[in-house]
Design a protein around this ligand. Sequence first.
Ligand code: A3P
Length: 315
Amino acid sequence: MENSSTGILDLSSLPKEKWWGDDCLYQVGGFWLMPEVVQSIDRVIKQFKPLSSDIILASFPKTGTTWLKSLLFSIVHRSSKDRLAIENPHDLVPFLEMQVYAKPNQPLITTTFSTNNQSCRIFSTHIPYQLLAKTLDSSECRVVYVTRNPKDTLISMWHFVNKWKKAKEKPWPFEVAVDKFCNGTFPCGPYYDHVMGYKKLSMERPSKIFFVTYEELKNDPKTHVKKLAEFLGYPFEGKDVEEQVEEVVKNCSFEVLSNHEVNKSEESPNWFKLPYNSFFRKGAIRDHENYLSDETIERIDALTREKFHSCGFIY
Ligand code: A3P
């Protein structure tokens, strides 16, 4: 709830739940947020006015955000190979809540220009559609949403959290991670509500949002990258379309990206506590099979059937 004199969301008034040791998540509009982003998400919701030329990448954490950032940047800027070799995708496409609106002063908005010299800003966010609907609907901006198999998302997050400094003394137990994922007390969770918010938008307004899964991209990157470029209004053109698409797919592949020095770096960006190399782990499909028991797989699959299948979304 807001403090009436300052207009600032008051953390102490929000419902909270422990998710890792004594660390709590705070509930806003039905979603569980890390305390570090509660205020900045509030600023994004109140202050961000997207332009009709903006591209907003939305995602639940650990579903392929870094990959999509590199792809979107490459589609809009085409000759992105050199930039991707020296800059991490998160520095090329900033998070609204963790970078652009991280501080209460002026937002850090920079405008870049696409190959056809149009001004084009690409932002990303983990904010659920349920909280960002008014903002996204206030302009003709286009939205790209990436999602991923829930079990692989959970495994990726479990590894990621256990790379945090404090995990050295206090690791995030696997069983706790599974429970928190299933009951929704997970950063930006519940996962299922996050996905369904954007999925419903994609069913109602397919021209507004491009909804893609990590697995679709992995299995047939060229087809999806071509479709994505057309959706964004930056179609590949000319006689060598296939080569151009192949080049983008290759430059953004896990193998190429994760081998750049900048992405192998142990240094952390100034907006996050983990090093650049933590955004690249394995980049594989079905890695959960190496971690989850049959019983846990069935537990998550039952939840997935209950939450997704009634809407015709099959995972
Ligand atoms: P794993 O932990 O399963 O390896 P996010 O970018 O949303 O934080 O998601 C991180 C996940 O995407 C990690 O998954 C990471 O390895 C994977 N990833 C990062 N870059 C990738 C790329 N270029 N292609 C495919 N997967 C990528």
